[in-house]
Write a protein of this length. Structure first.
Length: 251
């Protein structure tokens, strides 16, 4: 009689696990599981080689796009302060300097310039025209006066601005309607740049940025220029009146 168990499978031997085996297996496992490049969620667009988080990139772009970044924008301001060194590093690569004025709650960029080596210029100056400068001088004067009186956020009406600025304009600047249009265009630009904020129609809040745009030294220079312009204008008007009077006497 054949042995029924002769062809039976040999039972597997159960080897007890040694205490160190599991620790060795864990040690051999990779510390961080590899992720395929196409599955990398940090890539914001195909071929992205950037290293900054999306939110930090947006702050950097806004600093480059806008003339100023205000602390009133709390989310971007907090990100700027948290990642200031990273953002500065990226800007320095482009020969730009980041200025953060904590006292006024404003950040802005400056073009790096050097007499020792040639610096490629990225920022192009967009100077203010005559009307824009006159509006700025008046806004800066009002801000200085109100701030000295303890008002941190002075307000001003467009009628006040127009009355003052129109007093410095002449017939060479066009008709009154044209001059008023130029004043409103100046206010629109300063509103876009964050120097003022139109809270209600025709009423503006003056931002501390006006002190950055127009320093105290520059304000003094412009005031002296305006006084000189006013004196010359008065002299010309007096000369014209005298000439008219002499002509009438001759007739």
């Amino acid at each position: 009689m054949e042995n029924a168990g002769a062809d039976a499978a040999e039972p597997a031997l159960s080897i007890p696990e040694r205490p160190g085996d599991r620790a060795d297996a864990q040690a051999d496992a990779p510390f961080i599981a590899p992720v395929a490049m196409e599955d990398d969620l940090d890539e914001l667009f195909p071929g992205d080689r950037g290293t900054l988080d999306s939110e930090v990139r947006r702050v950097l772009v806004h600093v480059l796009q806008r003339r100023f970044l205000s602390a009133d924008n709390r989310v971007e301001w907090a990100l700027l302060l948290e990642h200031q060194q990273l953002i500065e590093s990226r800007m320095h690569d482009m020969y730009l300097r980041l200025v953060v004025d904590l006292g006024r709650g404003v950040a802005y960029k400056q073009q790096v310039r050097s007499d020792e080596f040639e610096v490629p210029i990225l920022l192009k100056d967009a100077p203010y025209n005559r009307t824009e400068t006159l509006v700025l001088v008046h806004l800066r004067t009002v801000f200085q006066r109100e701030a000295a009186a303890g008002e941190p956020a002075p307000r001003i009406d467009i009628e006040d601005i127009e009355q003052t600025v129109l007093s410095y304009l002449t017939d060479a600047d066009g008709s009154t309607a044209r001059q008023q249009k130029a004043i409103r265009a100046a206010l629109d630009r300063l509103d876009r740049e964050g120097v003022i904020d139109e809270e209600t129609l025709g009423r503006y809040r003056i931002s501390p940025l006006v002190e950055v745009v127009l320093s105290a030294e520059r304000l003094a220079e412009l005031r002296a220029w305006l006084r000189e312009q006013a004196a010359q204008q008065a002299s010309r008007a007096e000369t014209a009146r005298a000439a008219t009077a002499q002509k009438e006497t001759t007739l």
